[in-house]
Structures are given as C-alpha cells and as structure tokens.
Design a protein around this ligand. Sequence first.
Ligand code: FAD
Length: 473
Amino acid sequence: ESGWLLKEVTELRKDAQGCEFNKKRLRYLSSTQKIKQGSDGVLYWMSRDQRVQDNWALIYAQQLALAEKLPLHICFCLVPRYLDAAYRQYAFMLKGLQEVAKECKSLDIQFHLLSGEPEQNLPTFVKNWNFGAVVTDFNPLRIPLQWTETVKKHLPSDIPFVQVDAHNVVPCWEASEKLEYGARTIRGKITKLLPEFLTEISLVDTHPHSSSQTAKPVNWEKLLSSLEVDRSVGEVEWAQPGTSAGMAMLESFIDQRLRFFATHRNNPNCDALSHLSPWLHTGQLSAQRVVRQVKREKNASESVASFTEELVVRRELADNFCFYNHNYDDISGAYDWAKKTLQEHAKDTRQYLYTKEQLENAKTHDQLWNAAQRQLLSEGKMHGFLRMYWAKKILEWTASPEEALSIAIYLNDRLSLDGCDPNGYVGCMWSVCGIHDQGWAERPIFGKIRYMNYAGCKRKFDVAQFERKYAAM
Ligand code: FAD
C-alpha cells in the first residue's frame, strides 16, 4: 500500500515531541543571544533546507517563538541568478517552496518570499517586521556563506542571529574542526557521534501564536514565468518537486530498490539507486530522516550499511571539504601530489580535444560517454557510477586540468537537478584532481590521478545496453 511511509513518519515525529534540542547543532553569529523584548515574531530565514518537517532550524525557531509567545515566520530570498543553475533547478526549487508555503498556512506560520539578494532586503525586512530573532540554516558554499556574513553585519545589533546545521546528521563543525584527508579519516569521527545526533526529529506543530499581519501572497505561476534563467534546460518528468514527492521516492526506494543497493549500485542498467539527490540537495528531504527510515529495514543490512556510507559519510565529507577548503572548486584546492603530477603531464598529447559545446551536445567518439551525457541532458541526473567516468574523460579530452574541471562543474551545475552542491564540487575534484583519493600508477595526461576507461566499464556492466537506451535523441 502506498503512503505508508508518511503515516509512519508522522507518528514517529509526534512521539518525539518535546525532546530537547541539541545545542551543538547551532552557532550564534551575533554577539547577543537574547531575544529582543517587545518584538513581533521570530524569523527563520530558509535557504538550503527547503522543507517544513524534519528541519532542525525551523524546530529551533519555533522553540524560540514558543518560549516568548511570539508568532513564527519563514522567509526565502529568491536571487535572480545562482551559479550556472537553469530553469530546471529553479522550477524544481520554486515548486517545492510552493508546497512549503501551503504547509506553513496550515500550521499558522507566515511564509514570505523576498526577491533579490539577501543582503539587500533581509535586514530591512527584519526591521520592518520587528522580528526579535533570526534563525537560518547552513551551507558551506562560498555564496551562501557570504550572504550570512553580510546579513550579519546589517542586522540590528540587539537581536540574535543563529545558524543551525539542518542539512547534516552530524553538524559540520561538530564532525570535525579541520579539513579531513578523506573518508578514512572522517568516518570514525562521524560514526562515533551518530548515537548523539541521529535521533528522532520532532513534529513542527500548528503554531499557537498568530501574527497580526499576514505575509504578501505569492503568485507562483507569475514568478515561474518571469524567471530570467536559461529555459532551454527544462524540467524533467521523473522527479516531481516537493517534499511529498521526495517522500514517495524514498518509499519506493525502501520498497523496491534498497535490497539491490549493495550489489548493484555500480551497474547503470539496474534500478538500484535511491534517486534522492534532487530532494536532498534542495533540502526538500532531510538526510537524517532518510537514514533513520532506511535503518528500520532489518532485512537488508548490507545495503543499509553501504547506503549509509554514501548518504552520511561521503555526503558529510563533501560539506567538510567545502567548509574548510576555500578552493573547493579549483585545482589549487587539490593536494600537492595531485597538482604536481597534473602539472608534469600538462603538455602530454591529447588524442581527442573537444570544446565545451561538443561535450554538452554529446558529440564525442565515445558512445558510452555520449549516452551518459544524454541521460544528464534528458533526465537531469546521470547514474552515479558514470559520473566518475564522465568527468575523468573530460580531463582526458580537454587542453588542461583547469579547463576540464571548469567544464565538468559547468555542465553538472547547469544540467543536473542536484548540481550546485558540495557533492558536485567534490565529485568533480575527485575525478579530475584526486581529492579524497590516493595516487595510482602513472600514465599520460592523468599522471597519478586514478584512471578509468571504456574496457573497464565493459567488464563491469553491459555497456551496449546502456548505449542503446540513450541512443541519439
Ligand atoms: P545514491 O547512490 O542513492 O546515494 C544516496 C545519497 O548519498 C545521494 O543522494 C548523495 O546525497 C549521497 N552520495 C552518494 N554518492 C555520493 C558521493 N560520491 N559523494 C557524496 N555524496 C554521495 N552528488 C550530488 O548530490 N550533486 C552533484 O552535483 C553531484 N555531482 C557529482 C559529479 C561527479 C563528477 C561525481 C563523480 C559525483 C557527483 N555526485 C553528486 C555524487 C553522487 O554521484 C550522487 O550523489 C549520486 O549519483 C546521486 O544519486 P542518488 O541519490 O540516486 O544516489
């Protein structure tokens, strides 16, 4: 019967109500920690975690509001452009936010959509509405970090500004205080903290203190049609935006695919992956919820273990990399051995050289690569195993590692529903310049960077079957 997951989760959340909030999930960005007296509400500035339930930042904002008997508000700042994101990602995000707004209405939480850069309108908005505290979520990427930095400077000095890591199971700053070398060095640290952080998540219930002023209603259709982003990258059918659709995808993963995850996840012809990255990336789903629900499946322990490794250890390692390495999307952010070896092979002859356009349009001599690129173009997501092959071939077929990295990131951010994410920068950096990896036998162009080739793929799965599936569009 479909829909069992939502019912189960709602009960679990209710049972956890009233549980104490672990303060290690938050950090104060302001010097004051005391809610301003005589204010008219508490604001959650939603950014990376675009959901109502299973959101530690909103849970904390509601607790602050309840303690002071204040109304609860959420705002989202919609920027006209974000990195290389196109209509595909914007539509997915906005339609997810539309569901957030609807849910807020049923819970008596005011939802505001602000248009423009956060630093330009958020501080004024906070003053105009006389909010007594601002809570926000956490994103280790450069632009959002810059937003919080500037907003912090311009918020009234007498209100607390609190950041909650609502994305990671173990808050990024708790998992490690430094740049980790790889999965090997962070795994133990995260695993040790899971009993403390991988708790049940309590329900955000109807807010008992209504706001005397209501938020301006949003005309979603108009908003979508007025976006000035590239519309040639359109929406995809299989991934419906919003938390409900994300929960349905999680349910189908648990029911149908999870048991094959351990054994078949590297076979692009098998349907064994969760497909959850679009909802996890936008925060429409909480990774903590996903891992808790998956762990309830006692009959698939091997798959549960390997899935937890990806979803918790690898994903949180990516946040660690971006948070502690400011050059997370640049060759200069690689290890010295990797920079040296790539430099030594910079002048190696390239048998094939393709332009960004040829690559984007899947016009290479390699039918597997083209098929993978077509999967990305048409579905907004490429199979995880092929992503590695795809990025490594870009290194082999472009003039320099710098160019390869920038093209891989551009195509991934522009075409993938889960793009513009720490996982994407780390995935591209792993493939092109060996971060979180080790040196391998030296060879042309790659130097000591791990190599992948067509023959290797043929040994792993039926390459011809995949090529047929994504034959020229
Ligand atoms: P599943 O295998 O079902 O995994 C579940 C979740 O675990 C994923 O949604 C993701 O959150 C996490 N995860 C899985 N593999 C990794 C990994 N290697 N590193 C970090 N987290 C992982 N992931 C993105 O979310 N966004 C990206 O833009 C992105 N770009 C990538 C680019 C390259 C070149 C490479 C090699 C990898 C990239 N990845 C990216 C990581 C990984 O390939 C995807 O997370 C995965 O394919 C998403 O599909 P899924 O949700 O079905 O994965």
